[in-house]
Write a protein that binds this ligand. Structure first.
Ligand code: TRP
Length: 456
C-alpha cells in the first residue's frame, strides 16, 4: 500500500512512504472512518438524544464542519509530509506564524491514545460476539435472554480484559508490520461486504412491521427535545465518525501523492461513511421498537438488537458470525488510524523502529483501556462528571478534544496558511476552493465555537 519514493517533484517526501494510488488512500481513510462509530455509536447516541432533531444536526455537522476539517487535515498533512506534531510545527513556522502550532499535534496524539483505549474495549466485545454467534448462543433467543447475555458478558472483567487484549494485540501486529497490502485488501473487501450484510438486515427490519416507527424516530425532528448538550453530542459524533480533529487524517494525508484531488477523495469518504451510519440507524431502530427495547439504552443497544434479529432469522448463526467478523475488521482498520500519529511521531522523533514504537504506544493504550474495561463491572458505580470512567473518556475526547482540535485545524488552514499554499494543495482557486475556504475560515470554526460555548 505504501510505496517508497525518493523524489516527489522537488517537494517534501514522507519518511514512511506513500500510498500506491488514489484508491489506496480513499480505502485507508474509509477504513479509518467506517467503524464502530457508524454501527455501534451512532445508533445509541441518536437513541439517547431523542432521534430526529439530533440526526439532522449531526448531518449538518458532518457536511458543514466535518468535511472542511477533513480537507484541511489532508492538505496540511500532504504539505508537511511528517507526523502531525512535526507537520504543525513546521508549517506554523513556514507560514510565518509559530512552531507552537505543534501543540495541536500533541493534543491529537493524546486524543488518539484515549479514544483507542475504549474503542479497543468495545471492539473486544465485537470479537466476543463473533464467538457467541458462531456457537449459536443467540439462536432463537428472546430479548430478555439477549440482554442477559450482554450484561453477563460485560459484567465479567476477566472476559472483557481478555477480548480487549486480543484486539490490542491484533492492532499492534498490523501497525508494527507496516500497513502494506494486507489492509488495503481487507478494506477493499470489508466495506462492500459489510454494506451487503447491512442490506440483508435492512430487509429484515423492513419486514419487522416497525419500519415506519424506526424511520419516524430517526428522521422526524422534535426540536423541543434538542438541548445544547445534544447539539454538542451531534458535533462530537460527526468528528468521531469521520476520524477528524486529531490528526489521523493528517497523518494519512502525509502519504498522499501530489496529484490526487483532496476534495474528491474527501467527498467520497464522507458520503460512504454517512451512508453506512444512516443504514445502521434504519436497521437498528425498527428492531428496537419491534422488540420493546428502549432506544436510549446506551452502549449495549447494538449488542442487544442485532443478535435478537439474527437469532430469529433463517441462517442467522452464519449471518451473525459473518456480521461480527466484518465489524471486527471495520474496527481494526479504524484502530490503525488512531495510533498512526503517535507511532509516526515516535519513529521520526526518537528514531525508533516502527515495531518498537507500536509496542510502546499499544502497551500504553492497553493500560489506559483497563479503566474502560472496569467501567462496566467492578467500577460501574464509580461515577463523576459525565458518568463512569468510560463515559468520561468518551465525553472528553469526542465532545471536547476532537472539536477543539478541529477548531484549531480549520483556523490554521483557513487563516494562518496563506492563500497560495492552500490553493496549491487543493488544486486551484475555483468555486470548490472558495467554498472550502469560506467554510474553513468562518462557518466551521464559528459553528464549533458556538456549540462548545453554549454546551459547556
Ligand atoms: N471513525 C472511526 C469510527 O467511526 C473511529 C476513529 C478512527 C476515529 N480514527 C479516528 C475517531 C480518529 C476519531 C479520530 O469508528
Amino acid at each position: 500500500m505504501l510505496s517508497h519514493q525518493a523524489n516527489d517533484g522537488g517537494k517534501r517526501t514522507s519518511l514512511h512512504g506513500h500510498w500506491s494510488s488514489r484508491m489506496a488512500f480513499i480505502l485507508a481513510v474509509t477504513g479509518s472512518a467506517v467503524g464502530l462509530g457508524n454501527v455501534w455509536k451512532f445508533p445509541y447516541i441518536a437513541g439517547q438524544n431523542g432521534g430526529g432533531a439530533f440526526v439532522l444536526v449531526y448531518l449538518v455537522c458532518v457536511f458543514v464542519i466535518g468535511m472542511p476539517v477533513m480537507m484541511s487535515e489532508v492538505l496540511i498533512g500532504r504539505r508537511g509530509r511528517r507526523n502531525p506534531i512535526a507537520t504543525m510545527g513546521l508549517l506554523g513556522e513556514e507560514e510565518g506564524s509559530s512552531r507552537q502550532w505543534q501543540w495541536v499535534g500533541v493534543l491529537g496524539v493524546l486524543a488518539g491514545i484515549l479514544i483507542l483505549s475504549y474503542y479497543s474495549v468495545i471492539a473486544g466485545w465485537v470479537l466476543a460476539y463473533v464467538v457467541k454467534s458462531a456457537t449459536g448462543e443467540f439462536a432463537g433467543a428472546s430479548s430478555g435472554q439477549v440482554t442477559a447475555i450482554f450484561t453477563r458478558f460485560t459484567g465479567d472483567w476477566r472476559l472483557v480484559t481478555l477480548s480487549h487484549t486480543i484486539f490490542m494485540g491484533l492492532t499492534i501486529f498490523v501497525v508494527a508490520r507496516g500497513v502494506e497490502r494486507g489492509l488495503e485488501q481487507a478494506v477493499r473487501f470489508m466495506v462492500p461486504a459489510l454494506l451487503l450484510l447491512m442490506f440483508v438486515l435492512l430487509g429484515y427490519s423492513i419486514n419487522s412491521g416497525y419500519f415506519a416507527d424506526g424511520v419516524n424516530f430517526l428522521f422526524t425532528p422534535s426540536w423541543d427535545k434538542l438541548t445544547w448538550g445534544s447539539v454538542l453530542a451531534a458535533l462530537g459524533q460527526a468528528f468521531f465518525t469521520l476520524s477528524v480533529g486529531m490528526g489521523a487524517i493528517m497523518a494519512y494525508g502525509a502519504y498522499l501523492p501530489e496529484e490526487t484531488s483532496i476534495t474528491g477523495s474527501s467527498a467520497a469518504v464522507v458520503v460512504a461513511d454517512t451512508g453506512i451510519a444512516m443504514l445502521a440507524g434504519l436497521v437498528i431502530f425498527p428492531l428496537v421498537f419491534a422488540n420493546g427495547l428502549n432506544p436510549a439504552d446506551g452502549p449495549g443497544l447494538v449488542f442487544e438488537t442485532l443478535p435478537l434479529a439474527f437469532g430469529k432469522m433463517a441462517g442467522g448463526v452464519v449471518f451473525s458470525t459473518v456480521f461480527f467478523v466484518l465489524l471486527s475488521f471495520a474496527a481494526w482498520t479504524s484502530a490503525l488510524g488512531l495510533v498512526e500519529p503517535a507511532v509516526a511521531w515516535l519513529v521520526e522523533h526518537f528514531h525508533k523502529t516502527r515495531a518498537q514504537a507500536t509496542v510502546v504506544v499499544g502497551g500504553m493504550i492497553w493500560l489506559v483501556g483497563l479503566g474502560s474495561v472496569l467501567s462496566f463491572n467492578v467500577l460501574s458505580d464509580v461515577k463523576f462528571l459525565a458518568g463512569t470512567i468510560f463515559d468520561n473518556v468518551d465525553y472528553l475526547t469526542s465532545n471536547i478534544m476532537l472539536p477543539a482540535g478541529g477548531l484549531l485545524i480549520t483556523i490554521f488552514a483557513g487563516w494562518v496558511m496563506c492563500r497560495n499554499s492552500s490553493a496549491d494543495e487543493l488544486g486551484g482557486s475555483g468555486g470548490l476552493y472558495k467554498t472550502w475556504r469560506l467554510l474553513a475560515r468562518f462557518l466551521a470554526p464559528i459553528g464549533i465555537l458556538i456549540i462548545l460555548v453554549n454546551a459547556i
